[in-house]
Ligand binder design. Structure first.
Ligand code: VGL
Ligand code: ZN
Length: 205
């Protein structure tokens, strides 16, 4: 069985938001159409407490998009974004969330960031998503959402590691793009065994 995974389509990742993905909102109609043809739809939601350690404002003399060393590895510092309970953390108003059966929130531990819907950035702390999908008999995942170079990439790569068949829908994702990170993300995803498809192929078959 297959499921659609909709990654972080939240106000802060769309134009006007705190960590806007250029044209991030353009993929929303595509994500909505896809969610109509999948029986199983799961959303992820970036969900940080105020003062989260991935925020540049939590570190003296640091600015957004600097990289620092954290106990679990390199960490890009972000503008404050997707703070729990704020409108920036809400799903974008044009995203159709009605057909979603599960919402996985991530990044709620103050000391650790979580790009992937499966594991936090220590690659060890599980969100429980694998167990949910397995229990429901889902073996292949189709991914749409934001951002292709961070949360989509890590979700897709972790999904392959967890044993799922994984397809990222190329026209249903968009990236932040820091120093070529979008291009690098596609290379990494393909190298890990992620398949790539176009929404058209899924909507017409
Ligand atoms: C994301 C940076 C920080 C994402 C989340 O959804 O790709 N990127 N938090
Ligand atoms: Zn975040």
């Amino acid at each position: 069985m297959k499921a659609l995974l909709v990654v972080d389509i939240q106000n802060d990742f769309c134009p006007g938001g705190a960590l806007a993905v250029p044209d991030g909102d353009k993929i929303i109609p595509v994500a909505n159409s896809l969610s109509e043809v999948f029986k199983h739809v799961v959303l992820t939601q970036d969900w940080h407490p105020g003062g989260h350690h991935s925020f540049a404002t939590s570190h003296k003399d640091r600015k957004p998009f600097d990289t620092i060393e954290m106990p679990y590895g390199d960490q890009v510092l972000w503008p404050d974004h997707c703070v729990q309970g704020t409108s920036g953390a809400d799903f974008h108003p044009s995203l159709d969330t009605n057909r979603a059966q599960l919402i996985i929130r991530k990044g709620f531990r103050k000391q650790i960031d979580s790009y992937s819907g499966f594991y936090e950035n220590d690659h060890e702390t599980s969100t429980g998503l694998t167990g949910y999908l397995r229990d429901r008999g889902i073996s292949s995942l189709y991914i749409t959402g934001l951002a292709s170079d961070f949360c989509v990439k890590w979700t897709a790569i972790d999904a392959v590691k967890e044993g799922f068949g994984v397809t990222v829908i190329r026209d249903a994702v968009a990236g932040i793009d820091i120093d070529g990170s979008v291009k690098k993300a596609w290379e990494e995803m393909k190298g890990a065994g992620v398949q790539v498809a176009l929404s058209h192929d899924l909507l017409t078959s």
